[in-house]
Design a protein around this ligand. Structure first.
Ligand code: AQP
Length: 332
């Protein structure tokens, strides 16, 4: 079976709809066909300041949400990044292989550091993509299911894998991004010109999966559309409506074309009311399942411990081979 690897940050508490539709939904599907490794990336989270107690709680919360979304520890390997020390170890080697200019071109760093003030951003935030390279290469992943915003980081991973292989002999699988066109970028409900995101979206533009279902319904009903009245998928001319159609089609397993027919002659109000109901039907059981996992932290921690044990077998093998190729003297 081909292998996939992906990760999600434990920073915000609740996942948002962009995280789910852009990434986590694919993770659930891929565990059936692939040897799947998924992790909560707490090492990435500390690239911006975190309160220790919150970080611990959010790490469990992220794992609980992944299980609630449908990850099955019998079908995939689910773990916490810091439980597998090889990530940081391989990241160092990858840091030494990356050019400063090359790292400087990463647009996510530019965006995130601009928000914090360039001088205040940590060196960890700067090298974030290189840790991501190590995450992926450690598992010899063939594909990496992510949203569009991560494409540049997967390109960097490919470049570094090829560079290492070229210099030291074939060691790493060169991975491909796995990005579904339809849901690659879910947009902010209030400003459909920007992606839905924890840091850039306003509360009304961001659907948190653990919000009160009533709040979610309200946000959908007040989504920004346009002054036209026709329900048509046209991301250029009608970004707000198109975003709602994408969300609706994906959550219900229909197509945008079918929805266009279904809503021919109807107004935006009808579309929003129905989508609000679809959202409520989705988030209500999701919240319940998440809370069930959180109510039993022992079970949750033991799932994560088993996951880390499985992950380490693969990670340790890759790291040992990498150390050898680089020329580190074996420890006696
Ligand atoms: N709007 C989105 N549409 C599609 N996919 C998205 N992803 C994030 N936003 C969208 C994908 O979610 C996965 C996890 O991303 P992350 O760990 O970077 O999560 P995050 O930092 O919580 O996501 P944000 O909101 O994008 O954070 P900020 O505001 O910090 O930039 C990834 O696969 C990502 O592509």
């Amino acid at each position: 079976r081909p292998r996939v690897l992906s990760g999600i940050q434990p920073t915000a508490g609740s996942f948002h709809l962009g995280n789910y539709l852009g990434a986590v939904r694919q993770w659930v599907a891929l565990q059936e066909s692939h040897d799947a490794f998924y992790m909560v990336v707490d090492l990435h989270a500390i690239t911006i300041p975190q309160d220790p107690a919150d970080l611990r709680a959010n790490t469990r919360l992220a794992a609980a949400q992944l299980l609630a979304a449908g990850l099955d520890p019998e079908r995939c390997t689910l773990f916490v990044q810091s439980h597998v020390p090889e990530h940081a170890q391989l990241a160092w080697i990858m840091n030494c292989l990356t050019g400063f200019g090359e790292a400087s071109r990463m647009t996510q760093f530019k965006d995130k550091s601009a928000k914090q003030g360039a001088d205040r951003a940590s060196v960890g935030l700067f090298t974030y993509p290189i840790l991501q390279v190590a995450d992926i290469l450690l598992y010899q992943a063939n594909e990496v299911p992510v949203g569009e915003d991560q494409r540049q980081h997967i390109e960097l991973t490919r470049d570094l894998a090829e560079r290492f292989n070229g210099r030291f002999g074939r060691t790493f699988t060169v991975p491909k991004p796995y990005i579904l066109k339809e849901t690659a970028k879910i947009y902010d409900l209030q400003d459909p010109s920007i992606k839905m995101s924890k840091s850039a979206s306003t509360p009304k533009g961001l659907i948190n999966l653990l919000d009160e279902p009533r709040t979610t319904a309200k946000k959908v009903k007040s989504a920004v559309t346009d002054t036209d009245t026709v329900i048509r998928f046209d991301p250029e001319a009608k970004p707000g409506v198109s975003n709602l159609l994408t969300i609706y089609a994906t959550l219900t397993g229909t197509t945008v074309e079918e929805l266009q027919q279904q809503y021919a002659g109807k107004g935006y109000g009808a579309l929003k009311t129905d989508l609000a109901e679809v959202m409520v039907e989705f988030v209500t059981p999701f919240r319940e399942r998440t809370n069930q996992y959180l109510d039993d932290p022992e079970t949750l921690d033991s799932i994560l411990a088993k996951g880390a044990e499985k992950a380490r077998v693969v990670a340790a093998e890759t790291l040992a081979q990498t150390y050898d190729r680089v020329g580190f003297l074996p420890a006696k």
